[in-house]
Design a protein around this ligand. Structure first.
Ligand SMILES: [Zn+2]
Length: 261
């Protein structure tokens, strides 16, 4: 089971953000193209709000994009993108003003690493649910290693080497990763969607006549609502190593994993 947004976070991000999260239109979420936009506002804190942005804003355990703005032959870096009311690009230099037209160049290597890690996280979460009924209650992804908090029905049964083996089965199968826009009927009648009560609450919050969710499918193993960035298939993950397990109490283990090429 992989639910990347807690209900609170989903509510905060999906329903209060005034700007369109255009990165959602891209799948695969690797190799993001540069784009041109107009600076609408430079906030007092130095955050740039663009007329539109394809940057991934931090959320769901996945760090936001970083990159540079190009304007008049010079470049100005921006730090990790976040989303509050708008998508914010924290400026790491000076020289931008309202009305400027900039080319926004997302750090592709970083995005690609995070898309790879995020895709691996779907697998880790799903196989832990398949084998031990574990529920993912938190996760933090990074380019080098990531961690996932798994709450078990019976934690004593957990075996990290088995988790590594199960996860790598799906990597080696190189199954497709697909993104769907599905309405309520299709989601609620698909047996692969687990924790339907939770998903239905999300659908209710989207509201409207025909609410649609972005459903991410890792063929054969996972199907859940997700706003992250993903590979086109699991093969390019390379390999997954579960390298450390920490006790987080209340039936929960913090599982750390990294990737091998
Ligand atoms: Zn995802």
């Amino acid at each position: 089971m992989t639910l990347w947004l807690s209900q609170r976070e989903f509510s905060k991000r999906a329903f209060k953000l005034s700007q369109t999260r255009r990165h959602l239109e891209h799948h695969p979420g690797t190799n993001p193209p540069s784009f041109t936009a107009v600076v609408e506002e430079v906030t007092e804190e130095g955050g740039v709000i663009l007329s539109e942005s394809w940057c991934y804003p931090r959320g769901g355990g996945q760090p936001g994009d970083t990159g540079i703005f190009m304007i008049d032959g010079k470049s100005i870096a921006f730090g990790e993108v976040t989303a509050a009311q708008s998508i914010l690009h924290p400026l790491l230099g000076s020289g931008l003003a309202n009305g400027d037209e900039v080319t926004c160049v997302i750090d592709r290597d970083r995005r690609d690493s995070l898309a790879k890690m995020h895709s691996a996280a779907h697998i880790v979460s799903a196989v832990a649910n398949e084998r031990w009924g574990a529920i993912t209650v938190g996760n933090q992804l990074n380019t080098e290693s990531s961690r996932m908090d798994l709450k078990f029905e019976d934690r004593e049964l957990f075996d990290k080497d088995q988790l590594t083996e199960d996860a790598n089965y799906w990597v080696h199968e190189d199954v497709g990763i697909n993104v769907h826009q599905w309405g309520r009927d299709q989601i609620m009648t698909d047996d692969r969607v687990r924790n339907k009560r939770f998903v239905e609450r999300i659908i209710d919050r989207v509201g409207g006549d025909d609410p649609q969710l972005r459903m991410v499918e890792v063929e054969g193993i996972d199907l859940c609502p997700c706003a992250g960035t993903h590979l086109p298939s699991t093969g390019p993950i390379g390999g997954i190593v579960v390298d450390k397990v920490q006790n987080k109490g209340k039936g929960t283990f913090r599982v750390n994993f990294s990737l091998i090429d």
